[in-house]
Design a protein around this ligand. Structure first.
Ligand code: UDX
Length: 447
């Protein structure tokens, strides 16, 4: 099929490359010429495992190309995927949907034949119906232009697998155009559906809500375990052992029960806020007041990490802090609302001398926090450090040998912001180890 993907961010590039890998002809559209130049040479402007190789392969095969012209998209494609961002509005909880609006305002007047537009972006419920009406109003092809909603659930770091082997495909469509939208979606995703992936067809509002509720649930699960971690800290219990024990209950499950610095990134934080804002507009604000608490628990983790560092060091003034990890999660270079970078910044602003090392995110960090110190390796970052903080659970940090790092630092103190290290191993090497919700001494870790 001839497919245009509008918006070349994490979601759009992944979707474009994956659709090309399914055998479709794909045109990726964005307004950023610099980004398009990189993509055209097969280079992805962010880090996502395997995506560089897949993009390059698809560009070389001639199945994936890029353009900054909506005219090209309108002339070329029978199917359009809208994958532009919906960030948090400045100073408000609500989502800024202006990028999706502009796609429709620019593209729809050029649509002279029957096409289906699939929204993939996370949008406030009601957006899809509004855009559907607007697209049909603006398009010369009128009602032959169908708009449906096909939310995306991919996780950064696992984007290709999540796109090609999703847990489920959800398609929201309006009653009038449902038949056509469903038929086209089935054709686009035929090789995925052949694998038996569940395909759920719902109305537009339900599809929008499935996506935002999934993210709200995940955020709630993380804040739940972080709240329990606070109680574990007070009681001298171990939240990691507790989560393992909870996880065996199939109704609960172990995934997303990792206590630590909490959630960040371009989705979870802004999505729960946008969800609260939209519920308020709909008169259902009381239903989601618990998400305020979810947000508060999450943000509290960051200041607790700063306080823990102060407590362990006695003061932050002039203290040399090695921060390992700055991306919002491992296998990503994304630092949007990163808890790790937030903590590094707070420590520096409160008088510590912070040296950050991240395997992939350093360039992005420098743009946001040019005043932090940046190192090229774990060893450089930890050189004469008074304290080491592990704030993103990259495999490289899990693999550190405590005895090897011991000769490099000034003081053997390590704070594990992601509960990703083995406390016994570090303590056995003479380190002061503190995790989140793991008690203070050997005795609280099962011995
Ligand atoms: C999320 C959703 O998972 C995905 O379905 C949606 O499409 C986009 O938003 P992503 O932002 O890539 O994906 O990251 P995710 O893996 O969900 O992690 C989000 C944050 O939660 C990270 O900062 C991570 O470190 C944190 N997290 C995750 C925890 O603190 N504990 C956990 O147990 C799991």
């Amino acid at each position: 099929m001839k497919i245009a993907v509008l918006g070349m961010g994490y979601l759009g590039v992944t979707h474009a490359a994956c659709m090309a890998s399914l055998g479709h002809e794909v045109l990726g559209v964005d307004i950023d010429d610099e980004k398009l130049a990189k993509l055209s040479s097969g280079e992805v402007p962010f880090f996502e495992p395997g995506l560089d190789a897949l993009t390059e392969q698809m560009v070389r095969a001639g199945r994936l190309r890029f353009s900054s012209s909506y005219r090209d998209a309108a002339d070329f494609a029978d199917v359009h995927f809208i994958a532009v961002g919906t960030p948090q509005k400045r100073g408000e909880f609500a989502a800024d949907v202006s990028a999706i609006d502009s796609v429709i305002e620019e593209l729809a007047p050029m649509l002279t034949r029957a096409v289906v537009l699939f929204g993939k972006s996370t949008a406030p419920v009601g957006t899809a119906e509004r855009l559907r009406v607007r697209a049909q109003e603006l398009a010369p092809a009128g009602a032959d232009v169908e708009l449906a909603w096909n939310p995306e659930f991919l996780r950064e770091g696992h984007a290709i697998k999540d796109t090609l082997e999703p847990d489920r495909l959800v398609l929201g469509a309006a009653r009038d155009g449902a038949g056509r939208a469903i038929a086209v979606a089935k054709e686009v995703y035929s090789s995925i559906l052949e694998k038996g992936i569940p395909f759920l067809t719902v109305d537009l509002a339900t599809a929008e809500l499935v996506k935002i509720s999934a993210n709200a649930f995940l955020a709630t699960k993380i804040s739940f375990i972080n709240a329990i971690a606070e109680v574990c800290e007070a009681a001298g219990a171990d939240v990691v052992q507790l989560a393992d024990a909870l996880g065996y209950d199939q109704r609960i499950g172990r995934a997303f029960l990792n206590a630590g610095l909490g959630f960040g990134g371009g989705c979870l934080p802004k999505d729960i806020r946008a969800f609260m804002a939209r519920a308020g507009e709909l008169g259902a604000d009381q239903a989601l007041t618990f998400l305020r608490e979810v947000d508060a628990i999450n943000m509290r983790r960051r200041s607790q990490m700063v306080e823990l560092t102060r407590e362990v060091c006695g003061s932050l003034l002039g203290v040399r802090v090695a921060v390992l990890g700055a991306a919002f999660k491992p296998d990503s270079d994304d630092v949007r609302d990163s808890p790790a970078l937030n903590v590094a910044g707070q420590l520096q602003l409160q008088g510590a001398a912070v040296n950050v090392y991240d395997p992939k995110a350093t360039d992005n960090c420098r743009k946001i926090f040019p005043t932090l110190g940046y190192s090229a390796s774990v060893v450089d970052a930890c050189d004469r450090a008074d304290i080491v903080l592990v704030l993103t659970e990259w495999q490289e940090f899990r693999d550190i040998e405590p005895s090897e790092l011991a000769s490099i630092v000034a003081h053997k103190r390590i704070l594990d912001g992601r509960n990703c290290l083995d406390p016994q191993q570090w303590r056995a090497s003479g380190w002061l180890y503190r995790g989140f919700g793991r008690g203070r001494s050997e005795s609280s870790n099962g011995f």
